[in-house]
Each structure stands twice: as structure tokens, then as C-alpha cells.
Design a binder for this molecule. Structure first.
Ligand SMILES: NC(=O)c1ccc[n+]([C@@H]2O[C@H](COP(=O)([O-])OP(=O)(O)OC[C@H]3O[C@@H](n4cnc5c(N)ncnc54)[C@H](OP(=O)(O)O)[C@@H]3O)[C@@H](O)[C@H]2O)c1
Length: 276
């Protein structure tokens, strides 16, 4: 596909950004739909973030994804944010329209879409969320918006209680995570534990009811120790790569005017790149 002078432009801003699979993901969709557009990796230092976003608006970009460490700074720059982003206090998707910056947070909706793609009903019962960082906040807000009671459990207990207060959930102590499984329909790991280069998540699933669904948002490796243990017990599981793919859909639709599909081929393309 050759770009014309009218090509639509979008990208991902992060620091660093070289590890991001978003250019591959959006590039695959652009090629599939033969769209006159491009999606670029945009490494931007935090000190330069507001000026760079303002420049992209003026240069006619359709919008950008925002990743670590800019999600809160991007929230502060928005002229309008969607309710989910307001609850999460952070945005990961910016749409530029008539000089205004519209922000949304698609991590939570992407997480829910991935559960449904795995035939897991998020509303089946209470959810136990491990972690209290940015991803926990976005996912907790999305679950709460569906009316699902959420329990937060985090190594640093104060962060779990703060999140529980903000999102009308409850908090339990980190040491109580294994025993709490019996009271929940969904377990979500939003900590970095289990990710390559990090310690494993220390959690026995002995108290898990057979109906428990287990989601891990870590996607390197694709099958974390938690997912492998859950599968071995016959529990339903959903991995982090699916969430990454689903969270990208609304941005692409807004920037390029086509709602793309998350399918097995896309999963294989990004998974192969991660494995390489
Ligand atoms: N699949 C996707 O699309 C997607 C999207 C976003 C994020 N993620 C992944 O989700 C993970 C978290 O991202 P984030 O943005 O929420 O990060 P974050 O804001 O830095 O939060 C990290 C969380 O991990 C916990 N943690 C870190 N090391 C720990 C340890 N040794 N023991 C116990 N808890 C530990 C932290 O607990 P403390 O509060 O005690 O420090 C905190 O709750 C990352 O692996 C990221 O790659 C995936």
C-alpha cells in the first residue's frame, strides 16, 4: 500500500516505545483493509509529552495511543474524556477532532471483550483483582460499571484500599488471596508477576471452585504460570494478548473509519512476533 498525500496518521507515544506491538497490530489491520494510512511508533520523553501532542494535533494526526509512562499526563491534556477514563484517571487512546483532544481508556473494555471472546461471562459473579496499579484501576472501573462486585488484593495494602474506596469495591490483604478464591467467579492477575523477567505469582488454586474463570493480563509469556495452573485444573482461562488486541479496536475505528476484527490470524501474527 502506497501512502497518498491524504493518508490518515496515527501512532503510539511511549518512553520507551520500541517494545510496542501496536505498530504491528495496527499495520496488519491497515494492510487488511487497504487503508491509505499509517500508524507510527513515537518515542517521546515525558518532558516533551505536552508539546509533542500539541504538535501532532496541529500536524493533522487523527490521534494516538498512549502508553507507559504517559497515561496520566495524557488524561490531563484532554478536552473531553469518556466516563471509563474518568473513573480510571488515565487514558490510553486520544482522538483529535477539530483541534480538540478526546480521551478514552480502552484497557477495561478490551479486557471485557477478551473475556467474552473466551466465552467467559464477566457478570457471572464477584471478581478478585490482584494488583492495584494502572491496569487494575481500568479493569476494576470496567467491572464496576457492569455492576460486578470487585475485591482488590495488592502487595501494598493501602493501594488496594484506596482503589476499593474509589471504585466502590472492597479490599483484602495480600496474604489472603488464595483463601479468597472460593468466594469469587473471576480471578484477574493485573500485577507484573509471572511476566518474563519478573518473579512468578505465588498463588495456589486449591480453593478455586470449578466454576472459577482465570484471566491474566500479562502476555509475555503468552501462557503464564497462573494460566497453566488454571488450565491444569480444568478452569476456563483468558490470556493477556487477547486484551491487548481488543483494546486497540476503538482507536483504529475512530482514526481510520473501519471497525477491525480480532481473529486467530491476528493473534498468531502478534504472538509470533512476541515469540521472535
Ligand atoms: N494485556 C494488556 O493489554 C495489558 C494492558 C496494561 C498492562 N498490562 C500488564 O499488566 C501489568 C501491570 O501493569 P500496570 O500498568 O498496572 O503496572 P503498575 O501500575 O506499575 O502496577 C503494578 C502492580 O504489580 C504489583 N507488583 C509488582 N511487583 C510485585 C511483586 N513482586 N509482588 C507483588 N505485587 C507486585 C504492584 O504492587 P504494589 O502496589 O505493591 O507495588 C502493582 O499492583 C504489566 O505486566 C503490564 O505489562 C497488560
Amino acid at each position: 500500500m502506497h501512502l497518498t498525500g491524504q493518508a490518515r496518521l496515527a501512532g503510539v507515544i511511549g518512553w520507551p516505545v520500541a517494545h510496542s506491538r501496536s505498530p504491528l497490530l495496527h499495520g496488519t489491520w491497515l494492510a487488511r483493509h487497504a487503508i491509505d494510512g499509517a500508524y507510527l511508533p513515537l518515542p517521546v520523553h515525558p518532558d516533551d509529552f505536552p508539546a509533542c501532542v500539541a504538535a501532532l494535533v496541529r500536524m493533522g494526526f487523527a490521534g494516538v495511543n498512549v502508553t507507559i509512562p504517559h497515561k496520566q499526563a495524557a488524561f490531563a491534556l484532554c478536552d473531553e474524556v469518556c466516563p471509563g477514563a474518568l473513573r480510571a484517571g488515565a487514558v490510553n487512546t486520544l482522538v483529535f477532532r477539530d483541534g480538540a483532544i478526546l480521551g478514552s481508556n480502552t484497557d477495561g473494555t478490551g479486557f471485557l471483550a477478551n473475556l467474552r471472546a473466551h466465552d467467559i461471562d464477566p457478570a457471572a459473579g464477584p471478581a478478585l483483582v490482584l494488583g492495584a496499579g494502572g491496569a487494575a484501576r481500568a479493569i476494576g472501573a470496567a467491572l464496576a460499571d457492569c455492576g460486578i462486585p470487585v475485591t482488590y488484593c495488592n502487595r501494598t495494602h493501602e493501594r488496594a484500599t484506596t482503589l476499593a474506596t474509589t471504585l466502590s469495591g472492597r479490599a483484602i490483604r495480600w496474604d489472603d488471596r488464595a483463601a479468597a478464591l472460593s468466594d469469587h467467579a473471576l480471578l484477574v492477575n493485573t500485577t507484573a508477576l509471572g511476566m518474563s523477567g519478573h518473579a512468578a505469582l505465588d498463588l495456589t488454586l486449591d480453593a478455586a471452585p470449578p466454576s472459577l474463570a482465570v484471566a491474566d493480563i500479562v502476555y509475555v509469556p503468552l501462557e503464564t504460570g497462573l494460566l497453566a495452573a488454571a488450565r491444569a485444573r480444568g478452569l476456563r482461562t483468558a490470556g493477556g494478548l487477547g486484551m491487548l488486541l481488543h483494546q486497540a479496536v476503538p482507536g483504529f475505528a475512530a482514526w481510520f473509519g473501519v471497525t477491525p476484527v480480532v481473529d486467530n490470524e491476528l493473534y498468531r501474527i502478534v504472538a509470533a512476533d512476541l515469540a521472535g
